[in-house]
Design a protein around this ligand. Structure first.
Ligand SMILES: Nc1ncnc2c1ncn2[C@@H]1O[C@H](COP(=O)(O)OP(=O)(O)OP(=O)(O)O)[C@@H](O)[C@H]1O
Ligand SMILES: O=C(O)c1ccc[n+]([C@@H]2O[C@H](COP(=O)([O-])O)[C@@H](O)[C@H]2O)c1
Length: 208
């Protein structure tokens, strides 16, 4: 008697090979439902393996005085993505600190993961503003780097730079409007996930 021995199957680790990763940069102060809609819709439309929301440390060119700490913004993001395996978090910019220029971050990520295609997601207001970005001409030439644009109400949604447009329902939600509503004591129900709204209450964020 002998038993057949099957050759051992070599399990390949999930390599970076041909991975398609969405990076969705923002201040997320706080993260809201339009952010989540954008991340999920783009991830599905472009068949991405993952869409990573990437909180910045200090955003370039904007007033950051109103922003709560990176750690609190990160905790709100963690609550917001719960239950959606397509979404993840990229903490590179928070860990590095300082002003978060996309060229610097993406130069590093594309160098560390040369086989990954990166899709950097921006709303229409950011698309309009691309010509002011730090080293924009070098950024668009990075290997395997692509911009993905989603239309946003009140934006021109136009640029001379190469952008892959993904059509999503336009939703007029912004973090600044949510902060203002909280300050005025108005409801923010359905503008952001309940768990995030509860966290904001618990930590008394955005109330002057
Ligand atoms: N409602 C929306 N529709 C489409 N894109 C959006 C929307 N809200 C934010 N974005 C995009 O998400 C990214 C991160 O945005 P950010 O964290 O600054 O949120 P925000 O709502 O624009 O904040 P604030 O009102 O404080 O400026 C940017 O590329 C922005 O254009
Ligand atoms: O690199 C730049 O010059 C630059 C200028 C404006 C915005 N960005 C990035 O675009 C993302 C959205 O910006 P914001 O201001 O809406 O949080 C965030 O990841 C920023 O770091 C980057």
């Amino acid at each position: 008697m002998y038993s057949k021995v099957k050759p051992a199957v070599k399990v390949q680790p999930l390599a970076d090979h041909h991975r398609r990763i969405g990076i969705y940069g923002g201040t997320f102060n706080p993260v809201h439902n339009a952010h989540l809609l954008v991340a999920d819709q783009v991830g599905h439309a472009l068949c991405l393996n993952k869409v990573k929301l990437m909180p910045d440390a200090i955003p370039p060119h904007v007033d950051h005085k109103d922003a709560v700490s990176g750690d609190l913004r990160l905790q709100m993001l963690e609550l917001a993505i719960q239950g959606n395996p397509l979404l993840g978090i990229e903490r590179t910019e928070l860990d590095q600190g300082g002003v978060s220029y996309t060229y610097d971050t993406m130069e590093q990520l594309t160098r560390q993961h040369p086989d990954t295609d990166y899709y950097f997601i921006i709303g229409g207001d950011m698309v309009d503003y691309l010509d002011k970005w730090h080293r924009i001409d070098d950024l668009i030439k990075l290997p395997r780097f692509h911009f993905v644009g989603v239309q946003r109400p009140h934006a021109k949604n136009a640029t001379k730079y190469p952008v892959i447009w993904v059509d999503i329902p336009e939703v007029d939600i912004s973090s600044s409007d949510i902060r203002e509503r909280i300050r005025r004591g108005q409801s923010v129900n359905y503008l952001l996930p309940t768990k995030v709204a509860d966290f904001i209450k618990e930590h008394h964020l955005y109330h002057d």
